[in-house]
Design a protein. Sequence first.
Length: 323
Amino acid sequence: MLGKRTSLFQRALGIGALALVVCASPALAQSTPRAPAKPWSALTSAELISAAPNDAWAKLDQSRLLYLSFEPTQAGAQTPARVIILLAPDFAPNHVLALDEMLAKGFFNGRNIVRSQDNYVVQWGDGAAATAQGFAGGRMVAEFDRTYGTEFTPLELKDGDVYAPKIGFWRNWPVAWDPKAKRYWLPHCYGMVGAGRDEAADSGGPAELYAVNGHSPRALDRNVTLLGRVVDGMDQFATLPRGSEAMGFYTSGQTKPKIIKAELGSRLPATEQVSLEALRTDHAIYAEVLESRRNRRDSWTKFKAGKLELCNAPLPVRISAKE
């Protein structure tokens, strides 16, 4: 798997952004928010996101949120580090189902983060142990892409993409797709979470996961099963000490961050849940957010790019506003 040092997958690469529960109606998705003092077309991305009305936000389902807590690695830190991952059963249903079984039985608790490679991935879990214990998640049929029969919200044609004929969003997940083949897939953007594997497509599974912590390695698209995205705490992964062995693995002399607990939010006490919302990409205000990223509206920017890459399109997440 990705965690095996002899993996052909690792050697070839020099070694591892959402399916939302949309609460609002389709009519609200097309509503235009009331403009503040300045026209919407004059606001920066940060101003647009700050001004977005409540109907532009969708609450994330706790049954799709994976809470991962691990021992702090910073000197003097007392509070465990916490990362929250939004799972994507619409893209990798079998992997998410298998992961749910492992989480329910505490498979990850007490295991280690085994790898932190600069500008690439953070990795945790143990595929071999999962297989030995009889979990389906140790080795599964790949879910690299899917057949679609629905509409996507595309980025503008002028943006283009090196890795796919079309790009855009589906239910707030960044997606790439091929209209002729009618297949769509998740891209390897910063914070995306995937299941490591060896050479064979069915040689991996959610028992061994990774999160992208650097520049988007889009060449991995449709070569690894992506099953989620970090929506909170990515800084905890990004600031982990780098492993000193090849491909960023921790050596025996380094302290491997130990996972304290990995569990779905729906199985946690309410006091341990974090109520999160994501900005809806099907809301009218989001088109303005994208345009503000193509052509920056701040006074510092002197040259406006006029284009936007899929992995640079913001998908903001916030703590839920009080009702």
